[in-house]
Design a protein around this ligand. Structure first.
Ligand code: PGA
Length: 240
């Protein structure tokens, strides 16, 4: 694991955008694994700026998001569909049909999960996967569990995730379930970039980097991936 520590969230975002820019320059039709939440917002702003300046283009890019809530209308302000549209997709030249987010409202959830994995495979796999991390060590919505998950699947959100994310649900109740790419899908990405800022992430980062590899801290599996970069601020890195 390569660990880089920065003073500000803006520096993390610039470095993260640099890594994505490198992949896109190298392979203009790259397959990007994208994340939601507070962590990637600044990185998306950087990428938008670079697209507007003509440095990079998303014209031939395909994207796959990590996760989506179940039983939340697609256009709800808290859906990850809305998040991605507002924070990235509507500001860059990506073709809507090239953006993929699991459908948490699918009638046949098992078929949706299988199709999602199949689409990733058909696209040639993920070239670079962006990750945040939960205070409980989750990546995507892979919550601490007895086993590492495999492909895309439906999960019950943990108490810790409900606590962290319920602040956004001021007008409607937070969903209890979500679809998430599995650990195997994440680990199949050729490169992984994880960003974390703030003291609330310090324990999870410590367990990710120095703890045993265990599904009790899903991000710890990243120790076994050959191409992982952690971009941290000093607070998130404070227990290393
Ligand atoms: P955050 O969430 O970026 O909003 O802190 C990260 C996560 O829960 O994976």
């Amino acid at each position: 694991m390569e660990i880089r520590i920065f003073d500000t969230k803006e520096e993390i975002a610039r470095k993260c955008a640099d890594l994505f820019e490198e992949v896109i320059r190298d392979k203009p039709n790259a397959v990007l694994g994208l994340a939601t939440g507070a962590s990637p917002v600044q990185t998306y702003k950087e990428l938008i700026r670079r697209v507007k300046e003509g440095k990079i283009s998303f014209r031939d890019i395909q994207s796959f998001n990590l996760d989506e809530y179940c039983d939340l209308p697609q256009n709800d302000k808290n859906s990850y569909y809305s998040f991605m549209r507002e924070n990235l997709f509507q500001h860059v030249d990506i073709a809507p049909e090239n953006t993929h987010i699991p459908d948490g409202n699918a009638k046949d959830i098992n078929a949706e999960c299988r199709n999602y994995d199949e689409k990733i495979k058909r696209a040639g796999g993920i070239d670079v996967q962006l990750l945040g991390i939960g205070t409980n060590g989750h990546i995507g919505f892979n919550e601490p569990d007895a086993l590492f998950s495999e492909g895309t699947h439906r999960i019950k959100l943990s108490q810790s995730t409900v606590l962290s994310n319920s602040v956004y649900f001021t007008e409607s109740p937070m969903p209890a379930y979500a679809l998430t790419m599995g650990i195997r899908s994440i680990m199949e990405a050729k490169k992984i970039v994880l960003i974390a800022a703030g003291e609330s992430k310090a324990e999870a980062i410590y367990r990710t980097v120095k703890g045993e590899v265990t599904p009790a801290c899903p991000a710890s599996i990243l120790q076994t991936h050959p191409n992982v970069v952690l971009l941290l601020d000093r607070a998130a890195a404070s227990k290393l």
